[in-house]
Design a protein around this ligand. Structure first.
Ligand code: ADP
Length: 368
């Protein structure tokens, strides 16, 4: 019969190990056995965890009323970071032979989030610094003798305007992203007129589409349910997707938008609508698709910059769709084109009934 404490510890999510006064394993719960190669009781901890800092910390506290916390990184398919709490247990009749208790707390997600925040600040600064450096360079040149030449002045001012617009666009996108993130947990509950939103977007992009000779065709299926959402944010979603279709689709090729009912939205199982934005451009390599919604990820950096891209458009799309508890699907074929499908659920949740962190499947990314 397994003692009650062991059975309880077996259900603990954190790997937990009990050691005797000679550092041998007395007990390892299920999570610890899954994580470490602990073949049986009675073995020195060093057989399963060859981590000098952990072993030193254990040796220091064994049998004493002392604690240590050690950071542990475990290699594997994906590196995992743990914080290990090592508590010494002084000898006493009721502690039996236990000399120390080890508990591992998984810090992988927190570490990744920290790393992503740091990367994001570094990326955003870098993205702003390059147009700023160009502007400063041109201003200095114009202040010198070259500034007297009319042709040079006009040419440089044109470039300066483009670089300044790039910075303004980037700041707009950064602000949009942070605004969307702030209320991402609050699902919109008012009905939204998708046809009206799509009409506004196609009108706003009509000049751009015409300049590339790309007709935008919108088609509606029958039996469309009402969806709930925030019109301004959905405008932003479809604007970003259709603008990408114009930028990366083939010049002179049509852009097709199809709105149809969706029986089961991937990742949520609910019904709703699917809005498909299809271009007939170069397509996207399969290995790039899961990364598209990462901030500042671009398949072709030079091309994105030349068409005024910030690398944040699809990150914004992902967060808005997350807020709507929807799903973004991406299908693409090299040389044929791409389809971005926005799924939006139909029914609004009853107030107070929605679990706050409903899972939403999106193309996986570093920082969602
Ligand atoms: P950007 O501002 O660079 O367009 P996005 O986040 O909107 O940033 O898109 C990220 C990248 O995904 C783009 O740089 C481009 O390489 C690729 N991409 C997006 N939409 C399409 C599309 N319709 N066809 C081909 N590539 C696309």
């Amino acid at each position: 019969m397994v003692p009650l404490t062991d059975r309880i510890l077996d259900h603990f999510p954190d790997p937990t190990i009990l050691l005797d006064g000679r550092r041998a394993v007395v007990y390892a719960n299920g999570a610890a056995r899954d994580l470490l190669d602990i073949s049986g009781v009675g073995q020195d901890l060093a057989m399963s965890l060859r981590h000098p800092r952990v072993l030193d910390a254990v040796d220091e506290v064994l049998g004493r009323n002392e604690n240590r916390t050690v950071e542990v990184t475990l290699p594997g398919n994906t590196t995992r970071n743990f914080e290990m709490h090592v508590s010494g247990v002084p000898p006493a009749p009721d502690t039996k032979s236990i000399g120390a208790v080890l508990v591992l707390r998984d810090q992988t997600t927190a570490r990744r989030a920290e790393q992503m925040r740091a990367d994001f600040v570094a990326n955003a600064s870098h993205e702003l610094r390059s147009p700023l450096a160009a502007l400063l360079g041109f201003i200095e040149t114009l202040e010198g003798p070259a500034g007297g030449d009319e042709d040079t002045r006009v040419r440089f001012l044109g470039i300066m305007l483009r670089e300044a617009k790039r910075m303004a666009g980037l700041i707009d996108d950064l602000l949009t992203l942070s605004r969307v993130e702030i209320n991402e947990h609050v699902r919109p509950t008012a009905p939204v007129d998708i046809a009206g939103v799509l009409l506004n977007v196609t009108e706003a992009l009509s000049v751009q589409a015409k300049a590339s000779n790309m007709p935008i065709r919108v088609n509606y299926g029958t039996g469309l349910p009402t969806v709930h959402g925030e019109a301004d944010q959905l405008f932003q979603v479809f604007r970003n997707l259709i603008e990408n279709a114009i930028r990366y689709g083939g010049k002179g090729e049509a852009i097709d938008i199809r709105v149809e009912p969706a029986d089961r939205i991937p990742g949520t199982g609910r019904s709703g609508i699917a809005v498909k934005v299809t271009d007939h451009g170069d397509g996207i390599p399969a290995d790039a698709i899961p990364r598209l919604t990462e901030r500042f990820y671009r398949v072709d950096k030079a091309r994105s910059k030349s068409v005024g891209g910030t690398g944040l458009g699809l990150a914004i799309v992902k967060h808005i769709i997350n807020r709507h508890r929807g799903h973004l699907g991406v299908e693409s074929q090299i040389g044929k084109g791409s389809t971005f499908t926005v799924y939006l659920p139909a029914e609004a949740p009853r107030q107070g009934m929605l679990p706050s962190g409903e899972p939403v499947a999106l193309p996986s990314s570093g920082k969602p």
